[in-house]
Design a protein around this ligand. Structure first.
Ligand code: NDP
Length: 281
């Protein structure tokens, strides 16, 4: 079988267009503030892309760029000011933060109602207990891609590779909430290949180029590659050995052009959801 390619760029563009239409119908302008501390170059690119994408759909977005030597106390004070600002619906603190600032403390200071990254423990708890909340953008984007691929999730054998708080765990929680049978595999899993071969839906979020071999993919499986691994030539590659995997999979995401574009689109979706939810009290 040769897999069909799940086109994340197209799915993300359709989602952004839908959000832009929705923003136009709102009687208010949703507000997003992206906080960047220091000069990490990759963060600079991410923050610019988020800001630009938000503005393009009509969100009032701005980046607050603080110097590397900003103290944790000053950053927490800024987050609290944004929490109290009625014009701000979404707050995103770009990671990584400089080593002298405790990222978890900062993330837990964001008002959960404005936590558009969905990283606050309150939102993680809501997801785990099946309550409405803000869901981390990357796994949310994967759910959109699975819908676009026509995947039947209920009852499916799904395997998530990776158990981070920002991708693997919320991904597993979303699949479980959609009635999948979910296996979470990680660096201590005894036989990764055997676990993957059982998957009808396989989500790889490890951060190791080509860790998922072609013969780990069962015939007709849907394969979602979250991995972003930098190549020496400046390009990026995923966690799945794409060419052999696409010989067996039913559908597969490319890297780049798969999950990546969905993450920003879901940030915009979360910002609009947060804005509406806050105004509804
Ligand atoms: P983390 O490093 O936080 O987590 C990686 C996970 O992979 C861990 O659970 C780890 O297991 C597991 N792992 C590591 N090595 C192995 C191995 N040899 N075998 C099995 N499991 C292993 O990464 P993230 O979750 O933040 O990100 C994962 C990937 O997704 C990265 O490539 C990242 O760049 C990408 N990413 C892409 C996004 C996008 O927009 N497309 C957004 C966010 C991330 P253990 O817990 O046991 O250590």
């Amino acid at each position: 079988m040769t897999a069909s390619i799940i086109d994340g760029k197209a799915v993300a563009a359709a989602l952004r267009a839908r959000i832009a239409g929705q923003v136009q119908t709102l009687p208010f302008t949703p507000g997003l503030r992206v906080v960047r501390v220091g000069e990490d170059p990759a963060s600079g690119v991410y923050v610019r892309n988020k800001d630009r994408a938000a503005q393009q759909v009509g969100i009032d977005s701005a980046t607050l760029h603080l110097p590397e030597e900003t103290t944790e106390a000053d950053l927490l004070a800024l987050v609290r000011r944004l929490n109290d600002d009625p014009a701000v619906d979404g707050i995103l603190v770009q990671l990584p933060l400089p080593a002298h600032i405790r990222a978890q403390t900062v993330l837990e200071t964001i008002d959960p109602a404005k936590d558009v990254d969905g990283f606050h423990a309150v939102n993680a708890g809501r997801l785990a207990t099946g309550q409405k909340g803000l869901v981390p953008c990357t796994p949310k984007g994967v759910m959109h891609l699975l819908a676009a691929a026509g995947a039947t999730i209920a009852g499916a054998r799904t395997v998530v590779l990776g158990r981070s708080n920002i991708v693997g765990k919320p991904m597993a929680a979303l699949l479980l909430a959609a009635d999948a049978t979910v296996t979470i595999a990680h660096s201590r899993t005894r036989d990764l290949a055997a676990e993957c071969r059982r998957a009808e839906i396989l989500v790889a979020a490890v951060g190791r180029p080509g860790i998922v071999k072609g013969d780990w993919v069962s015939d007709g499986a849907i394969v979602i590659d979250v991995g972003i691994n930098r190549l020496p030539n400046g390009g990026i590659t995923g966690d799945v050995d794409f060419a052999p995997a696409s010989e067996r999979a039913g559908a597969i995401t490319p890297v780049p052009g798969g999950v990546g574009p969905m993450t920003i689109a879901c940030l915009l979706e979360n910002t609009v959801e947060a804005a509406i939810a806050r105004r509804q009290g």
